[in-house]
Design a protein around this ligand. Structure first.
Ligand code: C5P
Length: 229
């Protein structure tokens, strides 16, 4: 049975392959993430088809960042597509503008705190203030919630700390970087199992390669769902 806590990242080469993958997975998965790579090669049309012809839910991972007026206009357009989740950078002015753009729709806005590919040296190069990355992530999550974010994207390692924030009450946490026991890590370094990510306070987990590279993606997804608390 599909469980909307599992979101499968459709990071396959193009929209055609993505549609085929969702058909292969079938009823086992109800919620898919479409990222920037796919967006520039037919991703919005794919999202539309999955939503309206196959009854799926879509998380559009765009990580928008711009002046408020531009973010608001972009989100107002996207809000007409019946998408479920959209990411923007977690800066308060961006989150606030995105929420205004999404007003009147069911689109939920998620703030990205700090990209997990960045280390302290990268943050220094971007002139981001000193401090431990984890502390900066927690502070940025709190600020994103205060600006109205419906949720944040976080590493499973940070999920429990974010869940404990008073600002996180009734808000959502979505965690990528999740690996079933025994699955290849790929380029993910700080991983947790699907079970532990949910136990630590995530509402949804995003899993890509362990599902779409599996010999039987439908079975791989079902096994992940069966492992959730
Ligand atoms: O294949 P895998 O399970 O690693 O895919 C995870 C998905 O989540 C990918 O689409 C990746 O871009 C995204 N993601 C991530 N780590 C983050 C943010 C997003 O892996 N910190």
């Amino acid at each position: 049975m599909a469980d909307d806590r599992l979101i499968v990242a459709l990071d396959v080469p193009n929209a055609h392959a993505a549609l085929e993958m969702t058909q292969q997975i079938g009823e086992a998965v109800n919620f898919y993430k479409i990222g920037l790579g796919m967006l520039t090669t037919g991703g919005l049309a794919l999202a539309n088809e999955l939503i309206h012809e196959h009854g799926k839910r879509i998380f559009l991972d765009m990580k928008l960042f711009d002046i408020g007026a531009t973010v608001e206009a972009a989100v107002r357009g996207l809000a007409q597509f019946d998408l479920d989740f959209l990411t923007v950078h977690g800066d308060p002015h961006v989150v606030d503008a995105a929420k205004q753009g999404a007003a009147g729709s069911n689109l939920k806005i998620f703030g990205v705190t700090i990209l997990t590919s960045l280390d302290r040296n990268d943050l220094d190069n971007c002139l981001i203030q000193q401090g431990d990355i984890k502390d900066l992530v927690i502070t940025r999550a709190a600020k994103a919630f205060e600006a109205g974010a419906d949720g944040v994207i976080a590493s499973p390692q940070e999920a429990a700390l974010i869940r404990a924030l008073p600002q996180a009450k009734d808000r959502l946490i979505v965690t990528p970087g999740v690996r079933p026991v025994g699955a290849a890590l790929g380029d993910q370094k700080r991983v947790a199992t699907p079970h532990d990510a949910i136990k630590d306070g995530a509402d949804h987990i995003v899993v890509g390669r362990p599902v779409w590279t599996a010999k039987d993606p439908s079975q791989a997804a079902s096994q992940i769902i069966a492992s959730l608390p």
